[in-house]
Every structure is written in C-alpha cells, then in structure tokens.
Ligand binder design. Structure first.
Ligand code: CP
Length: 357
C-alpha cells in the first residue's frame, strides 16, 4: 500500500505504527515523518550506511564518487522555523551526495506572504525539486504535505526536519547513531539506561528518541524534569504499550551515577502560551556542571540536541564523555544515509571500493 491510495481520513485513523508502511514506495523509505517508521533492522542498516558514507568521504576519489550519486537530483529546504544544525547538516548531506539545493526560510520573501496556502507552496516546490525537507512550527504539517504530494502528479518525498512539538525524527536518528557508536564496544544500546533531563513536556527530540529506544532490548528510560515540564502521558502510554521500563522523577543529581547516557534539553520557551511564562519555572537543579563529571560513570555519554543555554556548563565540553559536538556531526552522516536510502543508493555505496567498513 502507498500513501497515494488512501484517503486522508482513513490515513488519520491509523496508528503511527500502522502509518509507517504507507510511507514507503517499492518497499523503500520514501516520506520520513515519524520515528515510528523505523524498526531495529532499519536503524541498524541506516547506521551502517552512515558509517560507510563517512568512510568513503575520507578520500578525494571517494568524495567524487559520492557527489556523482545524486547529481541529477535537487533538494528543497523549506524551513519556516529557526534552525542552524538541522538546516546546515541537511545542506551538507545533500552536497556530499551531489544534490543541488533551493531554500525558503522566510515566508515574507515567498508567495505565502501573498496568501498562498501550504499545500500550494509545497506543490510548487515539487514542480522544481525531487526532495522536500521541511521544518515548521505547525504540528502535523509535514504529514499533511506528504499526503497532498502523494495524491499529486509529482509525488516527491517529504522529510520532516521538525514539526511543531510532536516529532523530530531525523534528530532521533542521529541520536541513535551516536548511541550506536558510543556503545559499539559495550554490547550496543541494549540494556542501557538513558536519562532525559529538562523540558520534556515540549521537547520533540525527546518524544522521537523515546520511540526509537523502544526498538532495543531492556533499555530503561528515565525522565527528569520539574513538574511543569514533565514528560507527556502519551509518551508514557507508548512505553507501557511497548512493555518498556521507565521512571519519572524530579530529582536529577541522584540519576547521574546510574546513567549510561544523559540527554540534556533546554527550556523550549518558544512554545510558551503566555510570553515569558517559562521564566517562572526554576530549572537550576536541571543543569549539568563540571562537578557533576565526578558522578558520571567513566563510560557514560552526555548528549544534547543543541542549541543549549545554561543546562550544560561550557567547562564540561572538553571531557571525552561530552559527545554533543560529535552528535551534531553524526547528524550530517545519518542524513546522508537517509537521503541515499530514499533514492535507492545503498547498493551502489555497498559496491564502492573494497575497503571496510
Ligand atoms: N537539534 C536541532 O534541531 O538544532 P537546530 O534547531 O539548530 O536545527
């Protein structure tokens, strides 16, 4: 079944898990909208592909090969919500694969300013481009646009680069890739304890990563936040349904020695209902300080989707367990892998050269 053969209401009636197969074409990833689309096998395959691409990219001959893979394709970056690393890492990933780029980042310079609908804007992009990567403050917009395009004459893939407060699936992919690499000599992600800290009520990266962690055996997820920023009950219901172990607490410091990975997040005050209301929430107990490095297990990793404010002290950056800069670069490689998978390049990448990996 593909998205082009199902009505909007019938599609909406499906669970996110059941929507996943509708988003494929010819058995391959096509639209990338939700974390729920990825199972353990596809996460493992994407991680291997990302590592293969980063290895090939080390040589000039390899880069020339990579840049020939999709030099006949064009990507449109439609980012109407602020972004630095998601936008730039997608640009870099497209360029590594040879794609040409177009962008709209400010609707005051596009025909949306004249009242054009999202639907018409995205159909316009699909006339000129072969892939649309989009970020919007409107929850569910990427899903709607994917359905619209799949019912048009030119169905091109949509990649959700952050939608509303609900999902940021490619951030979750880079987080999983970082965890895969961090624990590759420790039995992988299975059985690990991941501690989420900060604004868990409004953090879409946490929502998506919590889903992907259910794909691993025996992972314990701990959610640490002040009461107003507590993790949503829908996430906990998802973990209950998946039979996963979790803990919800307001106490951060006692969690540090128990963690294999700590995932810090900033206060997402751009979602305040009343401007400035988050300023009244005391988040001082939800910061990782240089002193906390003493309590962090020697093989644990400290992550952050970034950007950060004060929740990780800059003095922590030099510690080898602080992996957030590496995490950010991993985003470029996993996004290369994702685009390569969408366009069916995995076979060609596997056949290139004879060196490992
Ligand atoms: N992690 C993340 O989405 O960062 P940007 O908002 O800078 O893209």
């Amino acid at each position: 079944m593909s998205l082009g053969r199902i009505g909007w209401d019938a599609f909406q009636a499906l669970s996110l898990e059941d929507k996943g197969p509708q988003l494929q074409e010819d058995g391959r990833l096509f639209h990338i909208l939700f974390a729920q689309q990825f199972d353990r096998a596809s996460l493992d395959a994407l991680g291997r592909l990302a590592t293969r691409i980063r290895f090939i990219a080390k040589s000039k001959a390899g880069m020339t090969f990579l840049q020939g893979l999709l030099d006949h394709r064009r990507a449109m970056l439609y980012f109407t919500q602020p972004s630095t690393r998601t936008f730039l890492s997608f640009c870099a990933a497209c360029e590594i694969l040879g794609m040409k780029l177009g962008e709209v980042r400010d609707t005051s310079t596009s025909s949306e300013f004249k009242g054009e609908s999202h639907e018409d804007s995205v159909r316009t992009f699909s006339s000129y481009f072969d892939l649309i990567i989009m970020r919007s403050h409107v929850g569910g917009l990427a899903e709607r646009m994917a359905w619209v395009l799949s019912h048009s004459e030119r169905p091109v893939p949509i990649v959700n680069a952050g939608s509303g407060r609900d999902q940021h699936p490619t951030q979750a992919l880079l987080d999983i890739y970082t965890l895969q690499r961090s624990f590759e000599d420790r039995g992988g992600i299975d059985g690990k304890t991941v501690v989420f800290v900060g604004d868990l009520a409004r953090g879409r990266t946490v929502r998506s990563l919590a889903v992907l962690l259910t794909r691993y055996e025996g992972v314990r997820q701990c959610f640490v936040a002040p009461p107003p920023l507590r993790i949503g009950d829908d996430v906990l219901a998802m973990l209950d349904a998946a039979g996963c172990e979790y803990e919800v607490t307001t106490e951060f410091k006692p969690m540090i020695p128990r963690a294999d990975a700590i995932y810090m997040t900033r206060v997402q005050d751009e979602w305040d209902q009343v401007k400035g209301e988050s300023a009244d929430i005391d988040t001082s107990a939800y910061a990782f300080t240089a002193e906390d490095l003493e309590r962090l297990p020697p093989r644990a990793v400290l992550m952050h989707p970034l950007p950060r404010r004060k929740e990780i002290a800059p003095e922590v950056d030099g510690d080898p367990r602080a992996v957030y800069w590496r995490q950010m670069r991993n985003g470029m490689w996993i996004r290369c892998a994702l685009i390569a998978a969408i366009f069916g390049c995995a076979g060609a990448l596997g056949e290139y050269g004879d060196a490992e990996p």
